[in-house]
Write a protein that binds this ligand. Sequence first.
Ligand SMILES: C[S@@+](CC[C@H](N)C(=O)[O-])C[C@H]1O[C@@H](n2cnc3c(N)ncnc32)[C@H](O)[C@@H]1O
Length: 289
Amino acid sequence: MESLGNDLEYYEKCFENYLKISNRYVNWLQWIVTVFDENLLPKLKPNGRKDSSPLKMLGIGCSDGTIDYDFVRRWSAYYPKIFNRALEPGDAIENYQQIVTDKPITGATWKFHHQSWEEFCSEVPPGSEKFHFINAISVLYYMEDWRREVMNMYEYLEDGGLLLIVVTADHNRSWKLPEQFPELTDHPAEKVNSKTVEEFLKTESVNFKTVMLRTVVDISSIFEDGSADGKKLLDFLTHVKDFEQTASPEMVSKFKKYLKNGDCTYRESGRILLDNSCGALIIEKSIPK
Ligand SMILES: C[S@@+](CC[C@H](N)C(=O)[O-])C[C@H]1O[C@@H](n2cnc3c(N)ncnc32)[C@H](O)[C@@H]1O
């Protein structure tokens, strides 16, 4: 079985398919309102004045930029100048560049980095540049040592700055898939979830707050013969390229049976729904007294 991570181009197709099926952007753009208005804005809002110094942002693994662009748009109502570094190793970064070209935001500038977080850290050592707002949404799974990388992210924060990390929620049963199927050795959820990040932050005495985002995915297409969406969804959930074609028939059958009848899914109006909720950790770097 080949890891989905070995083929970024195909991974992006599976991710896009997942976004479409889970209605993720609709859910997320609603959720961002809560996260932004209730948790980010009160902490980083300029003090009643239009601050003339730029808000510095860093987006890690921003894919096609849909979510990152929305954040810039929201901040631009409060900051006349925004500087945003956008990091993405995959080719989806070109779509993000296109969004910015098509819909520029007055006062906002971008620098795009077609590279991984680890490559960026070796070029710009942690702490040598500072940002007011950093986001790492659904990206820790792909880092070899996520604990070290979270502390590197923290190093880049300005005093009083905010780091938003989103990972799968610990109550989300789908992250338990690798527990049931140890053969999925490269499954991203095996490494990290909201609870492991919370526990780590506590040991480092870092201030944070968690906000949950409920996401439900209709996985019925996996059980429809010949469904192209179902194939990509199955590959995304197992993190295996061509899972059905390359895993043993016994494993495919056991996996599908678990998806259908296991404790990670439930039925509604004849559809099979998977709870794939996420936890957003909002980390604040305190201003020294
Ligand atoms: C699940 S997607 C999330 C994309 C985006 N943040 C969002 O929420 O829509 C994960 C992204 O992380 C990128 N990625 C994978 N490994 C990375 C790394 N080491 N550093 C930075 N980005 C990485 C992938 O290319 C992919 O675009």
